[in-house]
Design a binder for this molecule. Structure first.
Ligand code: COA
Length: 248
């Protein structure tokens, strides 16, 4: 584990906390690998009944680290992000997310795999993939239209328009909006509530409700083929360089 992902257990709840606040919790390859390990270990543990993702104050996750995108554009694509998406889609344990501050790119699309999302009133959700000359991932091209309807999904995924916490709740991405300072507590309470239910009945019900999982896994594969090609385009490289060279 790196210090950028902190994994702790609260009884039967496994908490996976992103902890790279100085970079707004942008995800590195090592962070993906850490999360994959934590999710797989949770899947295999009878003692863990629920997983909770949490971030840092002001930043749930600013998406993939753009420096890593630039490296991937120059050389090979590391499989860690893809492994994370697969682990997320296949997770056997219910997943709760505590979202405070920015949720960008994968920070938003990963929420489509979560079972219960708590957001702070100041949270924002955006997927600026097309502005980076990329396409959305994490099966969001399948799951977002299913969840929020085509029109809202197009505005989010294609036009890159951000959702406020209230918009995200209305769109069905978020269950509850609370004071920013209360996000972790309220999410943990929900995670404990889920963890207290008989795990087998949760697993069976959840499995039946997630009958789209096989389609989501196939979609992750197809999106990722396009994504890998687009990462190498001149437009994408220029967009990554522009972000990294921007004046604050
Ligand atoms: N990849 C790499 N570094 C990132 C990052 C990312 N996705 N998001 C933020 N950072 C870094 C910044 O480069 C900066 O690093 P520095 O202090 O060494 O220069 C640090 O995190 C703080 O970000 P900053 O932009 O100064 O904070 P802000 O409050 O003005 O803006 C964001 C925060 C998240 C809105 C802004 O950083 C942003 O738009 N990030 C890119 C998000 C993105 O496009 N992600 C990819 C989605 S597909």
């Amino acid at each position: 584990m790196t210090e950028h992902v902190v994994v702790t257990d609260d009884g039967a709840v496994r908490i996976i906390r992103l902890n790279r606040p100085e970079k707004k919790n942008a995800l590195t390859l090592e962070m993906y690998a850490d999360m994959v390990r934590a999710l797989r270990a949770a899947d295999q543990s009878d003692a863990i009944h629920c997983v909770m993702f949490a971030g840092a104050p002001g930043a749930f996750c600013a998406g993939n680290d753009i420096t890593d995108f630039l490296k991937a554009a120059a050389g090979g694509v590391d499989p860690h992000a893809l492994e994370f998406l697969n682990a997320l889609a296949r997770s056997q344990k219910p997943m709760v997310a505590a979202v405070g501050g920015v949720a960008i790119g994968i920070g938003t699309t990963m929420l489509l795999h979560c079972d219960h999302v708590v957001a702070g009133a100041g949270a924002t959700f955006s997927t600026p993939f097309l502005k980076l000359a990329l396409i959305p991932e994490a099966a969001s091209t399948l799951l977002a239209p299913m969840r929020m309807g085509y029109a809202r999904a197009f505005s989010l995924l294609v036009m890159g328009r951000a959702l406020s916490a209230a918009d995200a709740r209305e769109a069905g991405l978020v269950n509850t909006v609370v004071d920013d300072a209360e996000v972790d507590n309220v999410a943990l309470k929900a995670a404990r509530e889920i963890a207290a239910l008989p795990p087998k009945t949760v697993a069976v019900t959840r499995g039946l409700m997630r009958s789209h999982v096989d389609d989501a896994i196939k979609r992750i594969e197809v999106e990722s083929m396009h994504f890998k090609d687009l990462l190498k385009s001149d437009e994408a490289r220029a967009a990554f360089q522009a972000f990294l060279a921007r004046k604050k």
